[in-house]
Design a protein around this ligand. Sequence first.
Ligand code: HEC
Length: 255
Amino acid sequence: MRKLSLSAALICLALLSNSNAEEKMSMSDADKAMYAEMLENNPADMDIAEGEQLFGGMTTLDAYSKMLGVKEKDLSNYIAGFPRYVDAAKKVVTLSQTIQMAAADAGKTVPKLESKEMLKMTAYVKSLANGKKTSIDVKANAQMKEMMKLGQEVFEERRGGRGLSCNSCHSPDIIGQRLRMQPLPDLGVNRAAGTWPAYRMTKSETTLLDKRFQQCMDNALLAKIPLGSREMVGLEVYITNKTKGNEIQIPGLKR
Ligand code: HEC
């Protein structure tokens, strides 16, 4: 079975054209030069600046903290623990979903999870926790335990015509293998939770972590799980926990 699923994964990988920025070996000299330059001057910084404007036009950090039930001075630590159970939502939510709640509270138009505005505001809010370590607590309450379990199920579920799961390519026993210089990334080493939203050089755009999941679903021919669904939030809980303890450095820079 393992052999079969691995070859299915590798066939699928052959369809992928990009490789991992952290893996120096897989980069051409031109790519390396571009990566070094973008590290100095990440285009996503612009999105964060615009996100701050958008957020400020919608609500204040004071009102946002109150809605979340924390003191403003504790906000950055609190942000480092997402996704988390939020009383005002009565469920486990992502940072983007708290921004929707803040908009509703302020009587403003609620931005769609797919929108550019949401991307920019989420990047801004997450950047408030820069320098903190990701601190998700998947045992904090029954709701978090449930979402962690659901996330693991989604991660391991084989789907699509090729019967691939996230785990087919991101399981510890095949990480590091590669085809045509294409490395299979270790989500922990890549510090997934602390580095998204990130600028993706191959797409020339800033992307959210859950949208990055969707890009893998696309590449592996898996039906896309909708943003904001329980399954998607569960997946974010599971992967954030996998890479827990990494320092938050937003915006990230990825291949
Ligand atoms: C066919 C193999 C394959 C499958 C299946 C797959 N991925 Fe990936 N994934 C990759 C490769 C290869 C990369 C690195 C691509 C790059 O660097 O451009 C990647 C990158 C990622 C990253 C970014 C890591 C980082 O921070 O740099 C995340 C997060 C991720 N995958 C999550 C998922 C999830 C969730 C699923 C299941 C829905 C999934 N992947 C399914 C091959 C796969």
